[in-house]
Design a protein around this ligand. Structure first.
Ligand SMILES: Cc1cc2nc3c(=O)[nH]c(=O)nc-3n(C[C@H](O)[C@H](O)[C@H](O)COP(=O)(O)OP(=O)(O)OC[C@H]3O[C@@H](n4cnc5c(N)ncnc54)[C@H](O)[C@@H]3O)c2cc1C
Ligand code: SF4
Length: 336
């Protein structure tokens, strides 16, 4: 492993200042970054620990939303009373991820920034990986690509984003709050992660040394009816092959609003603006509801492209969208 300097940031300002040094990286729980450094997949010469920076608070916003500090632990978020009450979709997504030990360590900022689980990216024995070594090629396209993307691919990269939390954030219209020496900016979650294009080395639009300080969740109409469906090879401790964050707001049993985002299928959480209007006006539990859920799936999966090993994801995602919406709309509110 590379030798590293270690700094403990006292607050956001201090972290930002320390990050201006050459080859510095922020350290959340270290559950992704340290593995990548040990494997020589990523390089750094200085780690800036955010765990004593005062960025771990979860607080109610005046508008009825909630602010999650970037250093909040995944388990603290999932079990927080405000999150459970107002955003059960986020709580479910977080609890479906990793293991209790990892969730006790991993942070909100680190989860947003975690890198792909493409085997060819994490194993430096494979020389061709445009994400790790730009311009070298993509081993996955003609390799073993069962876990790879079916939407938004490019010739350069077919990797997926592995975060469950981010899929729920996409359905909930979260905003990422980030700071750089130029000031603060607010990034809608749909614009935070990138599609690979011809620069798959960049997963997000965050600039070098830019610090995520918080995630803002706007007031949500989806507190009563939401469901995170994660399809994976094992019942726990496995990344999603396909996941669906689905939520509906019902008025007298009829859909007033809906939100659907997909995970495990693209380089970013997949959501298409306006797709959910197909469900508005449908009564939960009726054939019309199921047909409209299928119409949403058709819109979300339009243009999906499978490779040698992952074509199964297209029908799987279709069925999962319909199922997640049906469960979300049940009287139990999707907690079943
Ligand atoms: C065995 C295993 C199974 C897993 N299963 C799942 C799963 O099923 N679902 C899932 O979603 N995840 C899963 N994970 C991934 C896990 O959720 C991530 O490793 C974790 O969320 C990363 O958070 P962290 O705080 O440890 O990040 P770190 O490893 O500390 O950092 C990750 C990246 O984020 C950057 N960073 C951290 N904080 C900030 C900040 N505030 N501003 C800017 N950059 C920042 C770091 O510099 C680094 O580049 C799994 C991980 C493991 C090891
Ligand atoms: S899919 Fe992306 S991450 Fe995987 S080998 Fe190809 S370029 Fe690398």
């Amino acid at each position: 492993m590379q030798s590293l300097f270690y700094d403990r940031a006292t607050d956001a300002e201090n972290a930002l200042g320390l990050a201006q040094q050459a080859n510095a990286r922020y350290l959340g729980g270290g559950t992704n970054l340290l593995d990548l450094l040990k494997g020589d997949v990523e390089q750094a010469s200085r780690l800036i620990d955010l765990n004593r920076s005062g960025l771990a608070r979860i607080t109610a916003n005046a508008d009825g939303g909630v602010r999650i500090g970037a250093a909040a632990r995944n388990s603290d978020m999932a079990n927080d009373a405000l999150i459970r009450q107002r955003y059960p979709l986020l709580s479910q997504a977080l609890l479906s991820g990793a293991s209790p030990q990892l969730r006790n360590t991993a942070t909100a900022g680190g989860n947003l920034m975690q890198r792909t689980r493409c085997h060819y990216f994490t194993d430096t024995a494979f020389k061709k990986c445009n994400k790790r070594n730009p311009g070298s090629g993509c081993t996955a396209r003609d390799g073993v690509n069962r876990i790879h993307a079916i939407l938004g691919n490019s010739d350069a990269c077919i990797a997926t984003n592995p975060s469950d939390m981010s899929v729920a954030l996409a359905a909930l219209d979260a905003v990422v709050v980030a700071r750089s020496p130029r000031g603060e900016r607010r990034i809608p979650i749909g614009e935070f992660h990138r599609l690979p294009g011809d620069q798959p080395q960049f997963d997000t639009i965050l600039g070098k040394g830019e610090l995520i300080t918080a995630i803002d969740l706007p007031p949500s109409p989806f507190a009563a009816n939401a469901h995170y469906l994660k399809v994976r090879d094992r019942a726990s401790y496995a990344f999603a092959l396909v996941s669906v964050a689905a939520a509906v707001a019902l008025r007298d049993g009829v859909v007033d609003r809906a939100a659907v985002a997909l995970g495990g299928v693209a380089h970013k959480p997949w959501r298409i603006a306006g797709a959910e209007t197909a469900l508005v006006g449908q009564r939960a539990g009726t054939p019309g509801f199921e047909r409209s859920a299928g119409a949403i799936a058709d819109i979300l999966l339009a243009g999906a492209q499978g490779f040698k090993d992952n074509r199964f994801k297209i029908p799987l995602a279709h069925r999962s969208i319909v199922r997640a919406l049906q469960v979300a709309a049940q009287p139990t509110g999707g907690t079943a």
